[in-house]
Ligand binder design. Structure first.
Ligand SMILES: NC(=O)C1=CN([C@@H]2O[C@H](COP(=O)(O)OP(=O)(O)OC[C@H]3O[C@@H](n4cnc5c(N)ncnc54)[C@H](O)[C@@H]3O)[C@@H](O)[C@H]2O)C=CC1
Ligand SMILES: O=C(O)C(=O)COP(=O)(O)O
Length: 529
């Protein structure tokens, strides 16, 4: 069997390849080289990137087999998550892998600026012993303004509190309780800009945050303020930064990230009061090892068809041990559901009843939808795009949980409303120590039959001799019946007959069964593949 292909598009730690293990074919490319990337991505199952590879809509469209995009780091601004979701491709990152490294580099920039370390070092190496020129400032009792009090912002807070500084923060998405817990004073952006001695930015790059530190923001800052950006290029307007530095509107800046990377000759590189590093926030042995191992594990899970805790475009996360066996079951129920439909679906209720109802069962909804669409669309259907497919078709989906259930410990049911006003449903459970997957209800009829690869559903008027007729026609065509259950409707004499058979039933055979017994429904459900 050919192994799934994993493409490493940037330099990743050796631990990454080790953690991927022997089950994949590993290929390498230079993701920053567009034509190499587009050629290399065409037939791979997974791609691993850092920040230099643009996995945009064009690259995703060129990747016909792609199932997962793994970002060995935090920022996802180089991945088109919307396009990936539409294509059913999972996107994962390693959200905690490099945050300590990024926080430590930020502290490094702050100290470098406060004490002019890089400039003094360069001068001395050039033969100049200058002490008064490089007189600096203490951090002690200074105000540090943190814009974006997320994971990295919180780590920087803890580290700078050791210098006995006062931390101010601006983050509209952080509660005052969280800020109090961190010992941080939440303030408005203007207050932060006006009061801080050091202003450090730790937000994601989004349409809302791009250019947030522009000419107006620089005007509000103290002339003695230092500005640090170890988050993303573009959060600070680079032209406005150059003006602020040159005019003395601020004292200096420490910059690790740039609008265009790589960049080696930006105008502000020439100024004395700037410290620059070439996007080194995550460049430590430890961060690279953690990032690589983390995404390797996620890729293994994703390619095994599992949900992944670090996936950013799938709701679901960690699946409870007791919920897990329901996933393949409800996916099959979804396929049976689709085989039973005869008009377009307007509403799907995914009902989880029994002991597991109290757990997080969102994954069951995703698996049910994956099953519903598997035999309907030509594109790959995954946990990622199944909800998108439902939304695009105007299907309203509800997840209903109830602890009340008769006869079984847990029952999973898909109920659908169709555009012609009719309703369909299929229910299943897992029974016994071997957790056998069974169908226990179809359209309100009670049955109990193990799920097999080939199922036949017949609904007809109850009368003697029908079962014999069906068995005869299938036998004539060499189709062996493995199991059969007949269930009578409570209110009348309609009967549902559910058969499991050992091989696929050709449409012509099914048609002759339908005619012979005058069935209102005669469907085959093929769960092979
Ligand atoms: N230079 C480097 O090598 C590295 C850079 N980074 C970058 O650092 C940044 C922060 O990373 P994390 O702390 O892990 O992210 P995070 O998601 O934990 O925190 C981001 C914070 O920004 C806040 N935020 C969002 N929009 C905002 C707005 N309009 N105004 C104020 N706050 C806003 C959020 O509420 C959140 O608290 C990201 O851009 C990431 O890509 C991360 C690692 C290494
Ligand atoms: O994780 C992040 O957001 C970073 O900026 C690190 O980027 P890198 O993996 O070093 O290219």
């Amino acid at each position: 069997m050919t192994k799934p292909v994993v493409l490493l598009a940037e330099e990743l730690s050796p631990a990454t390849i080790e953690a991927l293990g022997p089950d994949f074919e590993i290929r390498h490319t230079d993701g920053a080289d567009r034509s190499q990337l587009l050629a290399a991505i065409a037939d791979v199952d997974a791609i691993l990137v850092r920040s230099a590879t643009q996995v945009d809509a064009e690259a995703i469209a060129a990747a016909k087999k792609l199932k997962v995009i793994a970002r060995a780091g935090v920022g996802l601004d180089n991945v088109d998550i919307k396009a990936a979701t539409q294509a059913g491709v999972m996107v994962v990152n390693a959200p905690t892998s490099n945050i300590v490294s990024a926080a430590e580099l930020t502290v490094g920039h702050i100290l470098s600026l406060a004490r002019h370390i890089p400039a003094a070092s360069a001068a001395l190496k050039a033969g100049e012993w200058k002490r008064s020129k490089y007189t600096g400032t203490e951090l002690y009792e200074k105000k540090i303004g943190i814009i974006g009090l997320g994971r990295i912002g919180a780590l920087i807070t803890a580290r700078l509190q050791a210098f006995e500084t006062q931390i101010l923060a601006y983050d509209p998405y952080v509660t005052s309780a969280r800020a109090a817990q961190l010992g941080v004073q939440l303030v408005s952006l203007d207050e932060l800009l006006e009061q801080s001695d050091f202003i450090t930015i730790h937000m994601p790059k989004t349409p809302e945050t791009v250019g947030m530190i522009g000419p107006e923001a620089f005007r509000k800052m103290k002339n003695s303020a230092y500005v640090i950006n170890v988050a993303r290029g573009g959060l600070i307007d680079e032209a406005a930064l150059f003006d602020a530095l040159q005019s003395g509107a601020i004292a200096g800046a420490g910059i690790d990230v740039f609008v265009k990377e790589p960049s080696t000759d930006l105008p502000f590189f020439g100024l004395d009061n700037v410290v620059v590093t070439p996007h080194l926030g995550a460049s430590t042995e430890e961060a690279q090892e953690k990032a690589g191992v983390s995404v390797a594990k996620s890729v293994r899970l994703a390619l095994a068809g599992e949900l992944v805790p670090d996936a950013v475009n799938v709701a679901g996360g960690v699946i409870d041990r007791e919920v897990r066996p329901g996933i393949p079951l409800i996916e099959k129920l979804g396929r049976v559901f689709t085989a039973l439909t005869h008009a377009s679906v307007t509403q799907i209720d995914v009902e989880v009843a029994g002991e597991i109802a109290g757990k997080d069962v969102k994954a069951l909804e995703l698996a049910a939808l994956k099953g519903v669409f598997t035999d309907v669309v030509s594109e790959q259907v995954s946990y990622v795009n199944a909800p998108v497919l439902a939304e695009q078709r105007g299907i309203n989906v509800r997840l209903i949980t109830t602890e009340e259930v008769a006869d079984y410990r847990n029952v999973l049911t898909l109920r659908g409303a169709l555009s012609d006003g009719s309703q369909i449903s299929v229910a299943g459970t897992l029974t016994g120590p071997k957790q056998i997957e069974k169908i226990v209800g179809v359209n309100g009829y009670d049955v109990e039959i193990p799920i097999s690869e080939h199922l036949v559903v017949l609904i007809y008027q109850d009368r003697p001799g029908v079962v014999g007729t069906v068995g005869g026609i299938l036998a004539e065509n060499g189709i062996n019946i493995a199991g059969m259950q007949v269930s009578r409707a409570q209110d009348g004499n309609q009967v549902l007959c559910l058969l499991t058979v050992d091989s696929a039933v050709p449409q012509a055979v099914l048609d002759s069964v339908r005619e012979a017994i005058d069935a209102s429904t005669a469907r085959e459900v093929d769960l092979e593949g």
